[in-house]
Design a binder for this molecule. Structure first.
Ligand SMILES: CC(=O)N[C@H]1[C@@H](OP(=O)(O)OP(=O)(O)OC[C@H]2O[C@@H](n3ccc(=O)[nH]c3=O)[C@H](O)[C@@H]2O)O[C@H](CO)[C@@H](O)[C@@H]1O
Length: 355
């Protein structure tokens, strides 16, 4: 019997990092996958049981150098050796990562062990780890076509960003939204966006008066979410079947995380984007700009956006079906539905080459 190929997937923290990695894993059913994550992050609930989860205590550098920086550096260094031991003991053949700080020890350990590493960078402006360590990876697959110019020494290839399998088929939406009514979906990324939520709640009466239904994904950290209710308005902390929701939506009000943006492109959903202003290197603004340049979205900066402006922008779009159709078509040009298959093919090719 031939030995199975063993892949270590290093993906941690947010839906934006985990869902593309899960989509990759789904494309490799014949591989034996081990997941590398962090003890207290989303992977502990999102990564299904069939992938054993190994955790290491890494975290990112924040703010000015301090005593904490020393502790973080020490943990990172120790993690390299922990991951190296894991690779050896589990006889891992390759590492795939979707970036973030978990990627650093995974890449270094893989190089020390002489096995291939495949990186997927979903943001337009690559993260620090991609910029520093991408050149050590066998391939850096990118989510936005324009990202290659920021990674001149890396073997980049554009594949868009993998989305969950449900996005490949029309999905029934298990919420009572009447046919023929406009649906606005509000999404603040995998954690929700309290500031966006507050503005949206003030717009709800006007949008509902204009005939729309609203599904508002608030995240778990919004203390006011439970206190607001309105006809034709449904508020949920988190919704699993994002594919069904976005396939049905006529308009999204959203942060500009790479994961959600790709899903908006795949489902051809026009959007009003409000980038998270504190994202590293302001990367959500750059992600959003690609959608604005393509004519797929409007963008507003959170700092200057008033609830009245947001209300008006929503109303204008609801009342311009041709504009919504043009934006939807433009969104469709920005993603590739085969992204997960392409990433899996890259992993398979790198493993083959290394044997
Ligand atoms: C605050 C922050 O820095 N966020 C970053 C984080 O993404 P973050 O996870 O915040 O946001 P993304 O938009 O990338 O991904 C969110 C994911 O969660 C899913 N979802 C969300 C709500 C819900 O109710 N149900 C559900 O399934 C979405 O469908 C999507 O797949 O990593 C992304 C990829 O590196 C970056 O682009 C984002 O900037």
């Amino acid at each position: 019997m031939t030995e199975p190929i063993r892949l270590l997937i290093a993906a941690s923290g947010t839906g934006g990092h985990l869902f593309p990695a899960l989509a990759l894993a789904q494309q490799l059913p014949d591989y034996e996958i081990t997941w590398l994550g962090v003890p207290d992050r989303l992977e502990t609930t999102l990564v299904p049981r069939q992938y054993p989860l190994q955790t290491i205590p890494v975290e990112g550098f924040q703010g000015r150098p301090s005593l904490k920086t020393v502790k973080i550096s020490w943990n990172l260094l120790r993690s390299v050796f922990t991951v190296r031991k894991l690779i050896k003991s589990k006889q891992i053949n390759a590492v795939a990562t979707t970036g973030g700080y978990i990627a650093a020890p995974a890449i270094v350990a893989a190089k020390l062990c002489g096995i291939p590493v495949i990186f997927h960078e979903s943001n337009f402006i690559p993260g620090k780890v991609t910029t520093w360590l991408g050149r050590w990876c066998d391939k850096v697959a990118i989510g936005f076509r324009g990202t290659a110019k920021y990674l001149p020494n890396c073997a980049t290839v554009w594949i868009s960003t993998p989305v969950r399998e449900q996005f490949h088929q029309p999905q029934p939406l298990d919420l009572s939204i009447p046919a023929g009514k406009h649906l606005i979906v509000v999404a603040g990324g995998s954690q929700g966006a309290v500031t966006v939520n507050q503005k949206v709640r003030s717009c709800v009466p006007a949008w509902v008066n204009a005939g729309a239904f609203i599904v508002h994904l608030t995240g778990k950290n919004d203390p006011e979410a439970a206190t607001f209710s309105h006809d034709h308005y449904l508020s949920l902390e988190f919704f699993d079947n994002m594919a069904a929701l976005l396939q049905r939506a006529d308009l999204a009000i959203s942060r500009a995380g790479a994961g959600t943006l790709t899903e908006l492109a795949v489902t051809q959903t026009p959007a009003i984007l409000i980038p998270y202003p504190f994202a590293a290197e302001n990367h959500q603004m750059y992600n959003a700009q690609v959608f604005v340049d393509a004519g797929a979205a409007l963008m507003f900066a959170q700092k200057s956006l008033t609830a009245a402006q947001l209300e008006q922008a929503g109303l204008e779009l609801l009342q311009s079906p041709e504009k919504l159709t043009t934006m939807a078509k433009a969104a469709g040009t920005l993603a590739d539905l085969d992204s997960a298959e392409q990433l899996a093919a890259i992993v398979r090719a790198s493993v083959e080459k290394s044997r």
